[in-house]
Design a protein around this ligand. Structure first.
Ligand code: ADP
Length: 764
C-alpha cells in the first residue's frame, strides 16, 4: 500500500472508545456536550474515509476514480465539520460570540462557500482530481481545502486567548491542548510526512483530554443537589426569620392588653368584698402572670433568633443581684417546703460589669426549674470565683437541686425550643422555652450551659462567665433581706391617704395612666399625668412633685432619655425627689440598670397595688401618709347604682360596659370623661371641617384617629367605627370615600353628643 495508516487505525479505535464512553455515561445536555459529540463523530467519519481512500488511491486504478472522488470529498467535508464542531465547542463558553450577529453571518458564508467548493470539485477539479491512470493530483486551488478549516481553528484559538475569563481552568487547558496538538500534527504531516498518516492518529488523544474537562453526570447531580440544598437552606432561614419577626411583633402586641387586664383585675381584687369574686380574680391574676411570662419568653427567644438581641453591659453590685434573686425565688421554694441554700464565694469582687439583666434571667430560669422539678430536699445556688486576670474575673455559677433529674438521652434535647423532655413533667406547668433562652443568652456571652443529672437524685446546671471587675474589694457575707413566703395572691388595700402628695405619672398608653389613677383612687393624692417625655419635662418644670413615675418604653423619648434631659434642664428637681421607672419587663437585675440611670427605684407593669403602696411608703416622708381604717361599700351596692344611673346612655347607643371598663370601673370618673368628650365637640368638629374643606388629608387623618380613640373610650362604638373607616380612607388616599362619608359621620357625632349632654343633665 502506498500510505501507512497504522496510526489512523489506532486513532480510530480510540475515537470509537471515546464515542462509546460518552454515549454510555454522559447525557448531551449542554451546548458544549453537543458540540463535543459532533467533534467525535466528525473525527471518526474523517478517519474511516481517510483510511478507505488511502486503500483505494493506493490501487491507482481509473476504475476507482468515482469512488476515490467520493471518499476524498467526504474526507475533506468531515474534517471541515470537525473544525466547525470544535469552534462551536469553544464558543459554547462565550456568550458574547454567539450573540455577535456579524460573526455568525460570516461563519455561515464561509461554511456554504466551502461546501459548494467541495461538492462542485468533481466537475471543476479545483481541489483535487484523478488522472486517467487513477493517480491523485492537487487541483489549482487545493489550499482552499486547508485554509477554510484553518480559519476556524485560528478563530477558536483567538477566542480561547481573548476570552480566557469565560473558561474554567481545566476547560481552558484542554482547549489549548487540542489546538496545539492539531497544529503540530498538521505541520508535521504537511512538511515531513507524505506517506505516513499521522494527524488522525494523534487527534483522538487531544479529544480525550477535552472529554476529561467536561462535567460528568455525577458532578452535575452533585452541583444540582448542592444548589437545591442551598435554596432549601435559604427558604428555611427566611421562613425562620419571618416566624421570629411575627412572634416578636405578636408578643409585643399581646403584652399591652394583658397588662391592662391585669391592672383592672388588680382593682377587682382590691375593691371586692365577695369571697367568690375574690377567688376568681385571684385565679385570673395567677394565670395572667403565667401568660405574661410566657409572652416575655417568646419575645426574648424571637429577638435572639432575629439577631436583634444585644447585650447591654453595665456596672452592678454583686450582692444586690444575689439578694434580688433570692427575694424572687425564696417564696416559691418556701411554698414547696424546699430549702434554698446559698454558697456564695466571699472573694467575688464587690462590683462587676456585664449584662446583669440577662445574667439575672438565666439564673432565674435555672432556679425556677430547680424549684419546679424538685419535690423535696434543697436547691443550692453557688457562685464562685475561678480566677482574676487583670480586670477580668472568671465566675462559676451553679444551680443544684435534689429533684427528679433528667435521663441522659434527654439532656441534648433540652436545648431545643418547646421540648419538654420528661414524661413525668407533663403535669407541671411549663413551656420548654426557659432552657433554650438560657442557652442562647449564654452563647451571646461566649459561654455554654453544662448539665449533669441523675434520674431520681437531682440535677446540676452550671456555666462560666467572664465579667469585668469594677471594684475588686471582696463582696464578703451577703446580707439577704428576704421577705417571708406568701402563699396567697397579693391583695392591695389602700391603707393610707396622702392629700398633700403631688404625683406625676408618665406613660404613652392612656389606659395605663387610668389604671394608675384608679389604683390610687382612695388615697386622695393629686395625680398629674403626662403622655410623653416632653410633656413630663414641661410639667416638672412648672410644678413641684413629691414623686414621679416614668414609663421606660415610650416612643420618641423613652423614660431614661427623659430623665437625662431633666437632669440637664432642671438639675435641682432630679436629685431631690424620687423617680420611679415603670417597666413591662420584670427581670432580675433591672433595679441595677435603673439605679445606674438615675432612677430611685422601679415598678413592674401591670402595676401591683401592694408594690405601688410599698413604693409610696418607702420613698415618701412618713408624715405625709395618714393611716386609714373603716369599711367600704360592697361591690353589689355599687353595681345597682350604676345600672340605674347609666341605663339612659345605653339608649343613646353607648356601651356603658365598655366605657366603664376604660374608666377603671369608676362611675364618677366615667361621667367625667363623658363630660370632657361632649365639651370637646365644638373644637373637634371645627378642626375636622377645616381639614376636610382644605383637603388637608394628613391632618384629617390625625383628627379622625383621635375621635376614634376618644369615642371608643366612652363606649360610643358606632361613631368610633365610622371615624376608623375615615381614618383608613385618609391613610389610603381614598378621598372619594371621605367625601361621601364625612357628613354622615359628623351627623352621627353631633347626635351622639347632644344625647350625652341631655342625659348628663338629667342624671347629675
Ligand atoms: P419548662 O420548664 O417551661 O418546661 P425549660 O426549657 O426550662 O422549660 O425546661 C425544659 C425541660 O427540661 C423541662 O420540661 C424539664 O423536663 C427539664 N428540666 C429542666 N430543668 C430541670 C431540673 N432542674 N430538673 C429536672 N428536669 C428539668
Amino acid at each position: 500500500m502506498k500510505y501507512n495508516i497504522d496510526f489512523e487505525i489506532l486513532g480510530s479505535i480510540v475515537t470509537l472508545v471515546i464515542a462509546y464512553n460518552f454515549r454510555m455515561n454522559y447525557v448531551a445536555r449542554t451546548r458544549s456536550d453537543k458540540a463535543f459529540l459532533k467533534m467525535v463523530y466528525g473525527i471518526l467519519a474523517s478517519q474511516i474515509l481517510d483510511m478507505a481512500s488511502a486503500v483505494t488511491i493506493s490501487i491507482e486504478s481509473p476504475k476507482l476514480n468515482v469512488i476515490n472522488h467520493i471518499l476524498t470529498s467526504g474526507y475533506f467535508i468531515c474534517g471541515f465539520i470537525t473544525t466547525i464542531a470544535f469552534e462551536r465547542y469553544v464558543v459554547s463558553y462565550i456568550a458574547e460570540i454567539t450573540r455577535n450577529k456579524v460573526y455568525e453571518v460570516f461563519r455561515r458564508v464561509v461554511i456554504i462557500l466551502l461546501f459548494v467548493f467541495a461538492l462542485t470539485n468533481p466537475f471543476t477539479g479545483l481541489q483535487f482530481n484523478f488522472d486517467a491512470e487513477g493517480v491523485y493530483h492537487h487541483g489549482s486551488l487545493y489550499v482552499v481545502g486547508y485554509i477554510a478549516p484553518a480559519i476556524f481553528m485560528i478563530a477558536s484559538m483567538l477566542f480561547i486567548i481573548l476570552y480566557r475569563r469565560c473558561f474554567s481552568k481545566r476547560q481552558w487547558i484542554s482547549c489549548v491542548t487540542f489546538v496545539v496538538v492539531v497544529f503540530v500534527a498538521m505541520t508535521i504531516q504537511l512538511v515531513f510526512l507524505n506517506e505516513l498518516y499521522l494527524i488522525f492518529g494523534v487527534v483522538p488523544i487531544a479529544l480525550l483530554m477535552v472529554m476529561f474537562s467536561l462535567e460528568t453526570p455525577d458532578y452535575r447531580k452533585l452541583i444540582n443537589t448542592l444548589n437545591e440544598l442551598e435554596k432549601a437552606k435559604q427558604e428555611a432561614q427566611s421562613a425562620n426569620r419571618v416566624k421570629s419577626e411575627f412572634l416578636a411583633n405578636m408578643s409585643h402586641e399581646i403584652r399591652t392588653p394583658i397588662n391592662s387586664m391585669l391592672g383592672f383585675n388588680e382593682m377587682i381584687l382590691r375593691e371586692t368584698n365577695e369571697k367568690d369574686v375574690f377567688s376568681y380574680a385571684s385565679n385570673i391574676k395567677k394565670s395572667g402572670q403565667t401568660l405574661l411570662s410566657l409572652v416575655n419568653d417568646i419575645l426574648d427567644l424571637s429577638k435572639v433568633e432575629a439577631g436583634k438581641m444585644e447585650l447591654v453591659n453595665g456596672d452592678y453590685d454583686t450582692a444586690a443581684v444575689v439578694a434580688e434573686l433570692v427575694r424572687m425565688i425564696k417564696p416559691r421554694a418556701d411554698e414547696k417546703g424546699l430549702e434554698l441554700k446559698l454558697d456564695i464565694d466571699r472573694k467575688i469582687p464587690k462590683k462587676l460589669s456585664g449584662d446583669v439583666v440577662r445574667i439575672g434571667q438565666i439564673l432565674m430560669n435555672l432556679l425556677t426549674n430547680a424549684v419546679k422539678y424538685t419535690k423535696k430536699g434543697e436547691v443550692i445556688l453557688k457562685i464562685s470565683l475561678k480566677e482574676i486576670k487583670g480586670a477580668a474575673a472568671k465566675l462559676y455559677f451553679e444551680v443544684k437541686d435534689t429533684g427528679m433529674g433528667i435521663q441522659k438521652d434527654n439532656i441534648e434535647k433540652l436545648f431545643s425550643e418547646f421540648s419538654r423532655v420528661e414524661e413525668k413533667t407533663h403535669t407541671i406547668e411549663g413551656t420548654g422555652l426557659g432552657l433554650p433562652i438560657t442557652v442562647k443568652f449564654l452563647k451571646l456571652m461566649n459561654s455554654r450551659l453544662e448539665v449533669e443529672s441523675t434520674v431520681g437524685k437531682g440535677s446540676v446546671f452550671s456555666f462560666l462567665l467572664e465579667q469585668k471587675v469594677i471594684d475588686a474589694v471582696p463582696v464578703g457575707e451577703i446580707d439577704l433581706d428576704i421577705p417571708e413566703a406568701d402563699n396567697g395572691v397579693d391583695v392591695y388595700r389602700e391603707d393610707f391617704t396622702a392629700p398633700d402628695v403631688h404625683v406625676l405619672a408618665v406613660d404613652d398608653v392612656p389606659m395605663n395612666l387610668m389604671v394608675f389613677k384608679g389604683l390610687l383612687k382612695q388615697s386622695q393624692m393629686h395625680i398629674d399625668t403626662a403622655a410623653s417625655g416632653f410633656e413630663a419635662i414641661e410639667l416638672i418644670g412648672k410644678n413641684n412633685y413629691d414623686i414621679v413615675f416614668l414609663d421606660h418604653q415610650m416612643p420618641e423619648m423613652d423614660g431614661i432619655a427623659t430623665l437625662l434631659k431633666l437632669k440637664q434642664e432642671y438639675p435641682d428637681k432630679v436629685g431631690s425627689i424620687p423617680y420611679i421607672a415603670l417597666t413591662a419587663n420584670a427581670i432580675s437585675g433591672a433595679r441595677e440598670m435603673y439605679l445606674k440611670n438615675g432612677f430611685s427605684d422601679y415598678l413592674t407593669k401591670p402595676i401591683d397595688g401592694a408594690a405601688l403602696t410599698a413604693i409610696f411608703r418607702k420613698w415618701l416622708p412618713k408624715g405625709k401618709l395618714k393611716e386609714i381604717s373603716g369599711s367600704r361599700e360592697t361591690a353589689s351596692e355599687t353595681g345597682e347604682k350604676e345600672d340605674v344611673r347609666l341605663k339612659e346612655l345605653e339608649k343613646a347607643g353607648i356601651s356603658v360596659k365598655t366605657g366603664l371598663g376604660y374608666a377603671a370601673g369608676d362611675e364618677d370618673f366615667y361621667l367625667e370623661i363623658l363630660r370632657d368628650y361632649a365639651a370637646a365637640y365644638g373644637d373637634t368638629k371645627k378642626a375636622l371641617v377645616k381639614s376636610f374643606e382644605e383637603k388637608d388629608w394628613k391632618n384629617y387623618e390625625i383628627k379622625v384617629h383621635a375621635l376614634k380613640g376618644t369615642s371608643k373610650t366612652i363606649g360610643a362604638v358606632g361613631v368610633s367605627d365610622k371615624a376608623k373607616d375615615l381614618e383608613y380612607a385618609a391613610k389610603d388616599g381614598n378621598t372619594a370615600f371621605i367625601e361621601s362619608e364625612h357628613e354622615s359621620m359628623l351627623d352621627a357625632y353631633g347626635t351622639l353628643v347632644s344625647n350625652i349632654e341631655e342625659i348628663l343633665c338629667r342624671i347629675s
